[in-house]
Design a protein around this ligand. Structure first.
Ligand SMILES: C/C(=C\COP(=O)(O)O)CCC[C@H](C)CCC[C@H](C)CCCC(C)C
Ligand SMILES: Nc1ccn([C@@H]2O[C@H](COP(=O)(O)OP(=O)(O)O)[C@@H](O)[C@H]2O)c(=O)n1
Length: 330
């Protein structure tokens, strides 16, 4: 279904070794930029912004001062922010209603919000489209070479978890009452609980959107492990986790096995989603091995008796980011 047409901007080829700054380096995907500088023909854009497909290992002429014309309309991103924010509010309200009517337990409600929020946020990333920041256009016009995969769409997308972060702070400090939010995302119904697991969770979403975004497998795997892996581990572990982990009686083998299996499967599924939209090209045989390794690392960390020291919503995604960055960079 073609909802929008737009002439995509020039896209810039960039030898991976030519980066303008540490910030660009950090934000550069952990693999060479595979984009080419050439006037791209008008594309009938589908609703999801499909990164232009570029043949692998293309040569890398460097941009020479050609003006970048961002074809995207900023209003699309503004609408996308509003839509995803509405989705976030709707998700929490839905589970509040289900919990309020005793259709599901509060603990299950929290876990389903845990699983769905981050994954649905990640799935929404392709609808954010503004391809170039103004500084990129200025840099290009000044004959600067830079990695054009740094998109300002990430800033719009990160507004969603930022607003939710503010929401958690306001309600966590009981500045404003929101029983629905408290019932659907806390264990015991205390507002202060919003300032721990849920707050760390949305901070990780902000970090993933701003630093790695949709151009790197790192954020995709980190959020898949935090949401798909850790979330399911809780559900399966509570129900079927009679055999406890020897070094951590609070966690079970079933929970950890679920963490690994579902974290791996969700990671592969989300990587396929983004690669199918052209955001990155993956060599699948080696990718599956790397994801399995990263999933194992995250599972071991999640099983450790450190929840009193550092929340799973920090230890799991941060460990996964490091492991994924090293795994996909080496
Ligand atoms: C319940 C949550 C974390 C608690 O985890 P744990 O303590 O059980 O380990 C998740 C809190 C989610 C937050 C209130 C809302 C986040 C919304 C997200 C930024 C955007 C989702 C958009 C999508 C379209 C639904
Ligand atoms: N690997 C795991 C993880 C969780 N669980 C179960 O899920 C419950 C909550 O896990 P958790 O402390 O990681 O909860 P969150 O911090 O993820 O909310 C644990 O008390 C266990 O009953 C498990 O059995 N095995």
């Amino acid at each position: 279904m073609t909802l929008l047409t737009y002439t995509p901007p020039f896209i810039v080829r960039q030898p991976p070794f030519l980066r303008t700054s540490a910030v660009e380096f950090l934000r550069t995907p952990p693999f060479p930029a595979l984009l080419s500088l050439e006037p791209s023909s008008p594309l009938r854009l589908q609703f999801l912004y499909r990164a232009p497909n570029v043949p692998r290992h293309a040569s890398f002429p460097v941009c020479r001062g050609l003006p970048i014309v961002a074809g995207a309309d900023l209003t699309q991103d503004a609408v996308a922010v509003a839509a995803v924010l509405a989705g976030a509010y709707g998700l929490v309200s839905t589970f509040d209603s289900l919990t309020g009517r005793n259709l599901i337990q509060q603990s299950l409600s929290r876990k389903l919000v845990h699983i769905l929020s981050g994954l649905m946020f990640m799935v929404s990333w392709p609808i954010f489209r503004y391809p170039f920041s103004s500084c990129s256009k200025i840099l290009i016009s000044l004959n600067f070479s830079f990695n054009s995969t740094s998109t300002s769409a990430r800033y719009f997308a990160s507004l969603v978890p930022m607003v939710n972060c503010l929401r958690l702070l306001v309600h966590g400090f009981s500045l404003v009452e929101d029983d629905g939010l408290i019932k659907s995302v806390t264990r015991h119904g205390n507002p202060e609980e919003l300032l721990r697991g849920p707050l760390y969770y949305v901070i990780v979403l902000i970090l993933c959107a701003l630093v790695f975004w949709r151009e790197s497998p790192v954020a995709v795997i980190a959020l898949s492990m935090m949401c798909g892996g850790d979330g399911v581990a809780d559900i399966m572990g509570r129900r079927f986790g009679s055999a406890k982990i020897p070094y951590n009686p609070d966690k079970s083998l079933v929970g950890s096995i679920s963490m690994f299996v579902f974290g791996f499967l969700v990671s592969v599924g989300m990587l396929y989603y983004f690669s199918a939209l052209g955001y990155f090209n993956l060599d699948w045989p080696s990718t599956l091995q790397r994801v399995a390794l990263v999933s194992m690392v995250a599972t071991v960390v999640e099983s450790l008796p450190i929840s009193n020291v550092v929340d799973d919503n920090l230890s799991v995604p941060l460990t996964t980011m490091v492991a994924a960055y090293l795994s996909f960079n080496i």
